[in-house]
Design a protein around this ligand. Sequence first.
Ligand SMILES: [Zn+2]
Length: 277
Amino acid sequence: MTTMVRRTLSKEVHIEGIGLHRGGRALVRICPGNQGIVFVKKGVRVPATPENVVDTRLSTTIGLGGVSVSTIEHLMSCLWGLKITDCEVVIEGEEIPVLDGSAWPFFTRLQDAGTMDLSGEVTPVRIRDAIHLEEGGSSIEAGPGPFRITYEIDFPSRAIGRQRLSFGGADYGEEISKARTFGMLRDVEKMRSAGLALGGSLENAVVVDDEKVINPEGFRFPDECIRHKILDLLGDLWTLGVPIEGDIRAYKASHRLHIALAHEIRKAYFLEGGNRS
Ligand SMILES: [Zn+2]
């Protein structure tokens, strides 16, 4: 099993935009660090671990000591893409900026800033025995084998339909990071009337109404939705802090199942604080 060198950023990066939920200005400072991936809000440090996930309904939210940080998954996914194991993400305000609804703006900014190797290493977790989780008509599993994610979704909307994609880890920036969040028009309307996703717009999500895409530019890839599901899963599993050597399969899964799998892997392989001692 090849170990991976711990890695952080070479310098601090500021990223600004609007927050998805409240719609206000959102700014994060992503700083070099050496204590795993830690979000900092109102002076409280919240390590990005499965144990600190407090909500998985619309996005992945972590919380500790009275503060919570929502929608960490796209930034976490970009950190996976750059193999960054250590950094501090300081939230100036309430939320992480939603940007264009993908991980691409984070990816390019952090890639431009450059990364720096730290002295320690992380050992990937090698899946030996299959783990299988199911909920309603959804499932997720991890089995032995080299790293691979195979994801499948099946939406009644004809613009999305059934999509399946296998990703073995190559060219995350081009293949995965650009895929945007997507949603159904009726769900967007429901969320809006419930006071949620106030910052959501066609600037930061693909909105679909049965057979048509509302965004004038259409999809970035014909199968952009499944690519985004893989983006989310990579981000959710990066809360483990170590790469997974395993064959991961997800069917119509959600943040809730992604994080449940992270918990099961952590329990089965006795990962301590995501190797962040
Ligand atoms: Zn997402």
